[in-house]
Design a protein around this ligand. Structure first.
Ligand SMILES: Cc1cc2nc3c(=O)[nH]c(=O)nc-3n(C[C@H](O)[C@H](O)[C@H](O)COP(=O)(O)O)c2cc1C
Ligand code: SF4
Ligand code: SF4
Length: 621
């Protein structure tokens, strides 16, 4: 079979894309990714398809990925011929009929559901998408196709400049590609911030064959979902990045290791690889050259330490996901003891852009020291949960407080956790620091892979450390005593403090365990005390309140609070009905909480928030 040339592929793709970009009849796009799936986007898509057909409307319905505005999902864009697309928010299936009646059949705008007009210009009294607080200040390079193209169409990707980077790379020698990546200043986005070009050089210089190029798509940090978005919304960008990496390092085989809890990214990446193979972009003699490269998607083993690069290698070898001892480093002896290179999804996806536009263009964005853009996910106590892309060095406050809208109304920012349970936290007073590694490192915190988790005054720092230490202990692979037993001891002490039995000597024990942890084999064990160390550094007062006064200022630690009925309310019968232990007791027409029965589950307070309050356990009844 003769495979098409790049030019032929592009021409065919352009025709397909033009039908989407400038449709001859109404086009309805529905964003379906994990975030929108959980709030019903698939039902919206199915209902739209069914209703458009049943009503015989002159319209097409199309799938797209995630624009990053998770707080407004499900999102539907309606593009009428010669009119900019209008984005409708919170479009659950029950609103489809009203959308079709006004925005499609009657050629108007369903204003009550409209969020914005696509692009940078307002239209019909609706604001431009680019003018929304969430979008202003973003520079969408990696996310350019997210929520715009169909992630299941290689044509859409090709038509918008996809694989131009690969064509350019194939004209160069592998070392010249590596030089361009080094010149850009790209460093790994997976957490350790090591130069990507330099890592590629290590693999290029390794002479044993076969050589492996591996993508770390394990994304196990709770609160991180940037890799997921790229794989679900623009999977070909990762395929192209890995093919270029394979060419530059003279690797024989690529492998995308995706966490098992990510079924949709697995599905879309498998389809993307298959489509690339059909077009001759993966396999033998890529684009008519003498370069061959195989690519495979592998499902992860479901453990956090499988995200550590050597844990991932063990898992790929079908062993328990236990981090290996270094040296040897992966470039010397990686998977199956052969030379290997491991990079994060976001690291690979930057490469097609560097090769398409050049390292100088790429490095125009970012701060003096840290070049390029970086994607961040926003979650926790924040008004606008979502995914955004900003130049490195953007003030954290700009992203958290302005774009994300800060904590819910009436609450105060307490801290920001920048990149997973091993990263630590910065306090609200430091929220203006630039989003780049150095200012975080100076505060004993790691910027990590970009999962920003926002904490407000309803969160307790001790309770948070209990969670992180539980996570570290639960996920430890069990190799090092300092890790599996050290985290267990730390957890016991923190639980003691949160239950009201803490003592001053515990603080010294925690510090001792924190210093011993540095002897662990991998960063899982070494980083496990980072959040606790942030607590000592920034929240010592709150910690001492727990230890000395047996008070939890945020009223979260169960051992330090109790539930009381403070007011009468007609919601109290509902609270009585929901209590799982019958602790809400009615006596002579009034209510009280039986403290011996109460397990502090909070269900009653959710039912009767005016009447039932959480008070200090050691305050007078
Ligand atoms: C416990 C642990 C979990 C990790 N999880 C991930 C992960 O999910 N994704 C990732 O890219 N890197 C993760 N890392 C970092 C990797 O070890 C490695 O540094 C990274 O994949 C290298 O890619 P990069 O140079 O492109 O950043 C983890 C590290 C540790 C210690
Ligand atoms: S530090 Fe923890 S996770 Fe890493 S190898 Fe040791 S026991 Fe395993
Ligand atoms: S906190 Fe839970 S257990 Fe306690 S009274 Fe309320 S519902 Fe019952």
């Amino acid at each position: 079979m003769t495979l098409p040339t790049y030019k032929e592929m592009w021409q065919q793709a352009d025709e397909v894309w033009t039908r989407t970009a400038r449709p001859a009849r109404t086009l309805i796009k529905v964003g379906v990714a994990t975030c929108s799936r959980v709030v019903g986007a698939e039902e919206t898509l199915e209902t739209l398809r069914r209703e458009v057909q049943a009503r015989r409307l002159d319209a097409d319905v199309m799938l797209t990925g995630c624009l990053g505005l998770c707080y407004a999902e499900p999102l539907v864009e309606v593009i009428r011929p010669n009119v900019p697309g209008i984005l409708y928010q919170l479009m659950t299936a029950d609103k489809v009929a009203s959308l079709l009646e006004t925005a499609v059949a009657a050629d108007g705008n369903a204003r009550e559901h409209a969020l914005a007009v696509m692009g940078d210009k307002e239209f019909g009294g609706l604001p431009a998408l680019g003018s929304l607080e969430f979008m202003r200040g973003q520079v969408r390079r990696l996310m350019a196709n997210c929520g715009v193209t169909d992630p299941e169409s290689i044509d859409h990707y090709l038509a918008r400049g996809g694989y131009e980077g690969l064509v350019g790379a194939l004209r160069l020698k592998p070392v010249e590609v590596i030089d361009e990546v080094k010149k850009s200043g790209l460093w790994g986005r997976g957490g350790a911030a090591f130069s990507t070009g330099l890592k590629w050089e290590f693999l290029y210089n390794a002479k044993r064959k076969p050589k492996y190029l591996i993508c770390n798509a394990d994304e196990g940090d709770p609160g991180s979902f940037v890799n997921r978005n790229l794989m679900e919304s623009d999977p070909q960008l990762l395929v192209e990045g890995m093919i270029i990496g394979g060419y530059a390092t003279e690797a024989d085989k690529g492998c995308i290791y995706i966490r098992d809890e990510y079924p949709l990214p697995v599905e879309r990446m498998e389809l993307a690889v298959a489509q690339a193979r059909e077009r001759g972009l993966v396999g033998e003699g890529i684009l008519g050259s003498d370069f061959s490269f195989e690519l495979e998607v592998v499902r992860g083993a479901g453990s956090y330490v499988c995200g550590d690069e050597t844990g991932l290698l063990s898992s790929l070898e079908d062993r328990r996901g236990m981090p290996k001892i270094k040296p040897p480093f992966p470039a010397q002896a990686g998977v199956f003891a052969m030379p290997s290179n491991i990079n994060n999804v976001e690291s690979y996806t930057n490469v097609p852009l560097i090769m398409r536009h050049g390292a100088d263009w790429w490095a125009e964005m970012g701060s003096e020291k840290h070049k390029g853009t970086k994607m961040f996910s926003l979650s926790g106590q924040i008004q606008r949960v979502g995914i955004l892309e900003v130049p490195l060095g953007t003030p954290t406050s700009d992203v958290v407080m302005r774009m994300g809208g800060g904590p819910p109304k009436g609450r105060k920012l307490k801290a920001v956790q920048p990149g997973g349970p091993l990263s630590g936290v910065i306090p609200a007073s430091d929220v203006d620091i630039p989003l780049e590694p150095d200012p975080y490192r100076e505060r004993g915190v790691l910027m990590g892979s970009g999962g920003l988790v926002i904490l407000d005054d309803t969160n307790c720092i001790v309770d948070l450390c209990v969670y992180f230490e539980w996570f570290a202990e639960d996920e430890s692979c069990g190799r090092c005593t300092t890790c599996f037993a050290g985290t267990r001891r730390m957890l016991e002490i923190l639980r003691r403090i949160s239950s009201g039995r803490g003592r001053l000597a515990d603080l010294e024990l925690i510090k001792l365990l924190g210093s011993i942890a540095q002897n662990a084999n991998c960063f899982h064990g070494q980083g496990a005390p980072t959040a606790v160390m942030s607590m000592f550094r920034f929240f010592e007062g709150e910690l001492l309140e727990h230890v000395e006064r047996k008070r939890c200022p945020a009223k979260v630690c169960r051992g330090l609070v109790r539930y009381e009925v403070l007011h009468h309310s007609d919601r109290l019968p509902a609270a009585e009905a929901i209590c799982p232990t019958n602790a809400v007791v009615r006596d002579n027409g009034t209510y009280r909480i039986d403290q011996l029965k109460c397990i502090k589950c909070d269900a009653c307070r959710e039912q009767a928030p005016y009447a039932i309050a959480v008070v200090d356990e050691f305050a007078p009844a």
